[in-house]
Design a protein around this ligand. Structure first.
Ligand SMILES: Nc1nc2c(ncn2[C@@H]2O[C@H](COP(=O)(O)OP(=O)(O)OP(=O)(O)O)[C@@H](O)[C@H]2O)c(=O)[nH]1
Ligand SMILES: [Mg+2]
Length: 253
């Protein structure tokens, strides 16, 4: 994977708060909550508005109970179950997320197809992981702040989840950040991991109310990395044009 570009260098991170941004986000909302989109559905965009839709497949990886299904629900703006129901196969969902590119001012509608597979099902059925990895664009590697073994497992997860030569975008998400009384992973460890692996790390937790600002840093960064990766693939920007160091600013969101 190419080095991640500095945060906010490709997409406008706060655009969703602007008057123009709110107009676009109203297309993915209904009565102030996010709309649920089926696999064949898309937000209604009037024909005169010039917006391209770009499609990506995103896989959620992590130990059972780490919070993959909860994260998928959070990203889609849905309620999160407070009970752990093991996901018994592959569950997919669609998240639409508009962004504005910094350089061209073009608005892109990201269609993120999230693939969430129960970890125990993955171990039981060998064909599931290859299916999840087929034509994959990005992986969200999850660990839980309340379970150090899930953090220790990250390098193994990254090795299993993608091949070194692929162009898959990688992002790490630390869940249960709200359970600080039970935290088992220190910020110093997270920072050291970020520096060693040059992968952005996001901290997630708390009420999953459908507030865009809860998910905007993660979804904007995911969109930014996916778009940058595509530009590198077609040769529009050099692979290592940008710095790696900026990733540290992302932890703590
Ligand atoms: N407090 C808190 N609880 C969380 C968070 N994320 C997930 N949980 C809880 O953790 C439990 C497990 O979450 P799931 O999303 O079902 O776990 P999973 O990774 O999908 O597990 P499998 O489907 O078995 O692989 C549930 O009770 C969630 O409510 C979080 O950020 N904070
Ligand atoms: Mg699950």
């Amino acid at each position: 994977m190419a080095h991640p570009p500095p945060s906010g260098s490709v997409v406008l991170m706060d655009w969703y708060r602007s008057v123009e941004g709110k107009g676009f986000f109203s297309r993915i909302k209904r009565k102030e909550k996010r709309r649920i989109f089926g696999l064949l559905e898309a937000p209604p965009i009037p024909p005169l508005i010039n917006v391209d839709t770009v499609r990506y497949k995103v896989f959620l990886s992590g130990k059972s109970g780490v919070g993959k299904t909860a994260l998928a629900a959070r990203l889609a703006g849905l309620d999160v179950s407070s009970v752990h129901y093991e996901t018994i196969g592959i569950q997919t969902s669609v998240v639409f997320w508009p962004v504005k590119l910094r350089d061209s001012g073009q608005v892109l509608l990201f269609r993120l197809h999230l693939w969430d597979c129960g970890e125990n099902a993955l171990r039981r059925f060998d064909h599931l992981l290859p299916t999840c990895k087929e034509q994959l664009d990005a992986v969200l590697f999850l660990f839980s702040f309340t379970d150090h073994s899930s953090f220790d497992d990250l390098p193994g997860q990254i090795a299993r989840g993608c091949d070194p030569s692929d162009n898959v975008v990688k992002l790490v998400v630390g869940t249960k950040f709200d359970l600080f009384m039970h935290t088992d992973v220190t910020e110093r460890e997270v920072k050291a991991f970020q520096e060693q692996w040059a992968v952005p790390v996001f901290c997630i937790g708390g009420d999953a109310c459908d507030d865009l600002q809860n998910v905007a840093p993660l979804l904007n960064t995911l969109a930014e990395l996916l778009w940058h990766q595509d530009c590198v693939t077609v040769g529009a920007v050099p692979a290592n044009e940008s710095a790696v160091g900026d990733t540290s600013s992302r932890a703590g969101h």
